[in-house]
Design a protein around this ligand. Structure first.
Ligand SMILES: [Zn+2]
Length: 192
């Protein structure tokens, strides 16, 4: 047991942060008091904390950026729902700004389900298309072009209006037209 120099309460070693300058390598102030002191310092000196964080970021920009890219690539490989989320966010934001809109609600609220559920919904098709596969596009059954307000734009991003299509069919044939299942089936049979 060790007595904290701030609250004067005897506490066990695990309640203190390590301090290599202290004879027993255990700090003088308990974790609870240390945390309070640090929080108070940050509240009293918002500019100093902000600028030191900023300086750290600038100094480590390259390393942090590389770390972030590595992290994103790893998650994209390992986690299908993360891949869906990544694709959806990019597509949605690009389309949003193209339409001149500003988002007002969370993307998952607009989609109407989680990214896990969306991935499952998209991958559950009779053709074996998988989200994130090469040559497979995310398609809006009722085209985005039809939206004339933010509300209708958002409603077209509901999961029930999303499906997977081969890129060629989506980009060169369907384009901005509504999806026609019969037409697609005939095209697919001819193509395969
Ligand atoms: Zn204490």
């Amino acid at each position: 047991m060790k007595i904290c120099n701030v609250c004067k309460i005897p506490k066990c070693e695990g309640d203190y942060y390590k301090d290599k300058n202290s004879p027993d390598k255990v700090g003088y102030t308990c974790k609870e008091c240390s945390n309070k002191r640090n929080l108070k310092y940050r509240n009293d000196n918002p500019e100093s904390t902000k600028s030191s964080t900023k300086a750290y970021r600038i100094k480590n920009l390259h390393r942090l950026r590389k770390q972030n890219i590595e992290y994103v690539n790893k998650r994209l490989l390992e986690d299908p729902a993360y891949k869906t989320r990544f694709r959806m966010k990019n597509l949605f934001n690009a389309n949003l700004s193209r339409g001149g809109y500003t988002k007002k609600s969370r993307l998952t609220n607009i989609i109407g389900c989680s990214y896990e559920e969306l991935t499952e919904h998209l991958n559950n098709n009779p053709y074996g298309f998988k989200m994130g596969e090469q040559g497979i596009d995310l398609d809006h059954i009722k085209p985005i072009k039809d939206s004339n307000s933010l509300d209708s734009f958002e409603s077209l991003w509901h999961y029930t209006n999303l499906q997977l299509l081969p890129s060629h069919y989506n980009r060169a044939i369907k384009r901005d037209k509504p999806f026609d299942k019969t037409h697609f089936k005939i095209w697919l049979e001819k193509t395969l």
